[in-house]
Design a protein around this ligand. Structure first.
Ligand SMILES: [Zn+2]
Length: 212
């Protein structure tokens, strides 16, 4: 493997890592489809939506192709457009030097930063939802966050409100301790599913909310 290919492998790994963050529930399958000295393609799949992220060494182009399956785009922001094959293409402007594309090398930091910008546009195109409670893990199948914005929904189990009691790890940790010290009771016991297992619900949370 030559040095450029090694660089592209690292760029692909950074792109894949950020792509996995696109869905808050962590239930995503990401894999590298193709890596060469000239380009990489990494793909992620979640509930029938497939996002392919491609990077090219020539001209530093980085873009996503989003196959929404049976869904419609929530909103097409600047940089997102429908393609003739029915997918959505999401692009960031290519850097140019004196009017000409110039080959440059990806760094991990650069790919990470640009990938986060792509994620922000993708989130709106997909209409990303977060339905589980970050505090107790109960999934009410109602949006607690929509395209990253809190919907101020009260959890039927632990009573925490999205956007207030679960905004960051510190808030989640506090709310969870209070809920556990209170005996893990239900605010609206009539919503409690038969066979509800609080330990299993907590264990199923994405690592960033589970390990607090
Ligand atoms: Zn809860």
């Amino acid at each position: 493997m030559d040095a450029t290919e090694d660089l592209m492998r690292r760029a692909a790994a950074a792109a894949a890592r950020v792509l996995a963050d696109l869905w808050p529930d962590g239930r995503v399958v990401v894999h590298a489809e193709d890596v060469s000295a000239l380009h990489f393609v990494v793909a992620a799949e979640h509930d029938g939506v497939v996002v392919r992220r491609t990077g090219e060494v020539m001209g530093s182009a980085l873009w996503d192709s989003i196959d929404l399956g049976a869904s419609e785009p929530f909103k097409l922001l600047d940089g997102a457009r429908r393609t003739p094959d029915g997918n959505v293409s999401v692009e960031l402007p290519a850097r140019r030097f004196r009017g000409r594309p110039r080959p440059r090398r990806w760094t991990g930091d650069e790919v990470e930063k640009l990938s986060r910008q792509l994620n922000a546009i993708d989130t709106v195109v997909i209409g990303t939802r977060e339905t589980f409670c970050r505090v107790c893990g109960f999934d009410e199948e109602d949006d607690r966050y929509f395209v990253g914005e809190p919907q101020y929904l009260i959890c039927s189990c632990c009573e925490s409100e999205s956007g207030l009691d679960d905004w960051g790890p510190e808030e989640v940790g506090l709310a969870r301790r209070a809920w556990i010290e209170g005996g893990r009771t239900w605010r609206y016991a009539e919503h409690r599913p038969a066979g509800w297992d609080p330990d299993a619900a907590l264990a199923a949370l994405p690592a960033r909310w589970r390990d607090l």
